[in-house]
Design a protein around this ligand. Sequence first.
Ligand code: ATR
Length: 274
Amino acid sequence: MTTKKAAIIGSPVAHSRSPLIHGHWLKQHGIDGDYARIDVPADGFNDFIRDFHAQGFTGGNVTLPHKVNAYNACDRLTDGAKAIGAVNTIWFEDGLLCGDNTDGVGYVADLDDAFPGWSDATRNMIVLGAGGAARGILFALHARGLKNITLVNRTRARAEAVASPYPSVTVTDWQGMALSEADLIINTTSLGMKGQPPLDISLDALKPSCIVSDIIYVPTETDFLRAARQRGLRTRNGLGMLLHQAVPGFARWFGVTPRVTPELRAMIEADIGA
Ligand code: ATR
């Protein structure tokens, strides 16, 4: 039997934890497979992808700076990828290059894990930031039937562009956020990431039942999450989103749907140095 091969494609890729995640699942399921890191320079994606299938790869993940390049290169796209305009998971079907974006569904799946039933109790949501991650999360929340979203971003025009496909999403500025009504608040900005300034907003008005989440996982607890935890609020970092976004790709390339277990989470936390 030939070894099934997948890879993470980006630049840089040395820091990526995807090989650890997929390597863990390959071992756990006893699959004869391999998940490599491939550094492809910013202007090299189209040349690289042309031979990808012929080199024996069944697919892979795509990260910066190639998520939009991959979107443009795909012959087939999922609805999610179309809505987001970027691709993080690729595979082949009938020889055609197919693409999906699993970040948003990974985010929602992680909340399902952490807080079962959370979506039944969620009416109003605030999303901070308007980059690719915010697009994915907006798409996935909508797919879950959660529509009452306020989008806030430093560059308002960017938020308006992200919100435009969704009539129920409103855009406001940092001062205009109705924090007291929020059931879920999500930081998708880079504020709070290692080496970046913290996200500094007052959490005074949040109700005790509000879930506070941050898609950042390095550090594992941002100042924003710490402040929320210290107020007794439920918090969630971005580690689960990272783990859950990997599930659909593994299932497509290797034919087994893997599970996100406490063991896997602990392994990645140890790697981060938490
Ligand atoms: P990603 O695709 O990973 O979501 P991105 O496209 O670089 O990342 O988006 C980063 C987000 O962090 C954006 O919403 C950005 O705001 P702008 O659209 O105004 O650039 C936000 N961000 C980054 N630095 C910020 C800062 N110092 N203050 C406020 N927002 C910031």
